[in-house]
Design a protein around this ligand. Structure first.
Ligand SMILES: Nc1ncnc2c1ncn2[C@@H]1O[C@H](COP(=O)(O)OP(=O)(O)OP(=O)(O)O)[C@@H](O)[C@H]1O
Length: 251
C-alpha cells in the first residue's frame, strides 16, 4: 500500500541514478531527510555530489532512474521551476549572482523565481531573507559584484531562501572562505535551519560539516559508502580510505 503523505519523511531519495553515457555518476543512491535536519554530504572530487543535487532539482537535468519524493509526492518528473516552487531551493558552487544588480535586486529575483512572487510580496520576502542572513541595509544597494566574498555567500543564501523554501541545498558554500568566515557561515546555516529550513549541505570542509550536520552521508564513485552520525561516519575505515586520508588526521 502506498505510504500516506502524513507518515512520509520530508524528503526521500529512492534508488536514484544518473548516467552520462557509460559513466554512472550517481549509482543507486537512497536516503531520507526528516524535517528540520542538517544533512551533510561529502566525498572525493567527482564522487557525484553536485550531480545528486542536479537530479534532485532538475537543474539542469533529472535522474536517469529512481525517485525523489517530497512529503511522499514524486517530484523527479517535474520541471526545475516546479520543483523550486514545491519548496526545494539550491545554491551553486560557482558565483551565480547577477553581478551588476544590487544585492536587494538579486534577493528580489530569488523571490520571483523561487516562489513566483511579485511586487510588494517579493520585496518583503527579499528584505526578510537579507535580514535572516545578516546582510545589513548599507550593503543592499551595492552591486553584488562589489560585495566581499563572504557577503556574496550571504547573498547567495538570501536569494535561495527569499522564496521561503522548506529545503535548502547548499553546494560547497565554504569554498574560498577564511577560517573565521567558515565559522560565521556555520552560524548562518544554523540560523537558517533554526527558522525551519531543512538543509542539505555538500562540503569538503569537514570541520564545518561536523559542526552543523546531524547526519552525514559519504559518496564515492557515485555510491553511498557510509551514512549515519557524523562523528562515527568519519571514523569508518572505508571512508578514511576513500576520502579522508590525511584530512582525518588533521581534524
Ligand atoms: N553534464 C555532465 N556530462 C558528463 N559527465 C558529467 C556531467 N556532470 C558530471 N559529470 C561527471 O559525473 C561525475 C560526478 O561529477 P560531480 O560534479 O557530481 O562530482 P562532485 O562529487 O560534485 O565533485 P566535486 O567535489 O569536484 O565538485 C564526474 O566524473 C563528472 O565528470
Amino acid at each position: 500500500m502506498a505510504q500516506s503523505t502524513h507518515e512520509a519523511p520530508l524528503l526521500e531519495v529512492r534508488n536514484v541514478e544518473r548516467r552520462f553515457g557509460a559513466l554512472v555518476a550517481v549509482n543507486d543512491v537512497s536516503f531520507t531527510v526528516p524535517a528540520g535536519q542538517v544533512f551533510g554530504i561529502a566525498g572525493p572530487n567527482g564522487s557525484g555530489k553536485s550531480t545528486l543535487f542536479n537530479v534532485m532539482t532538475g537543474i539542469p537535468f533529472g535522474p536517469s532512474g529512481g525517485k525523489v519524493l517530497l512529503e511522499g509526492r514524486e517530484i523527479q518528473h517535474l520541471r526545475a521551476h516546479e520543483i523550486s516552487r514545491a519548496g526545494i531551493a539550491r545554491t551553486f558552487q560557482k558565483d551565480a549572482e547577477f553581478a551588476t544588480l544590487s544585492a536587494f535586486e538579486n534577493a528580489y529575483a530569488g523571490a520571483v523565481y523561487c516562489a513566483g512572487l511579485s511586487g510588494v510580496q517579493a520585496r518583503d520576502e527579499a528584505a526578510k531573507a537579507l535580514d535572516d542572513v545578516g546582510l545589513g541595509e548599507e550593503r543592499r544597494d551595492k552591486a553584488a559584484g562589489d560585495l566581499t566574498v563572504f557577503e556574496r555567500k550571504q547573498l547567495m543564501i538570501a536569494s535561495a531562501i527569499a522564496g521561503r523554501p522548506r529545503i535548502l541545498l547548499l553546494d560547497e558554500p565554504a569554498a574560498g572562505l577564511t577560517r573565521p568566515e567558515v565559522s560565521a557561515l556555520a552560524e548562518l546555516i544554523r540560523t537558517v535551519n533554526g527558522r525551519g529550513v531543512t538543509v542539505l549541505l555538500i562540503e569538503h570542509v569537514l570541520p564545518l560539516l561536523l559542526s552543523v550536520s546531524q547526519h552525514l552521508m559519504i559518496l564515492n564513485h557515485g555510491s553511498v559508502i557510509a551514512s549515519g552520525k557524523p562523528a562515527e561516519v568519519v571514523r569508518d575505515p572505508q571512508v578514511v580510505e576513500a576520502y579522508l586520508g590525511k584530512r582525518e588526521a588533521a581534524l
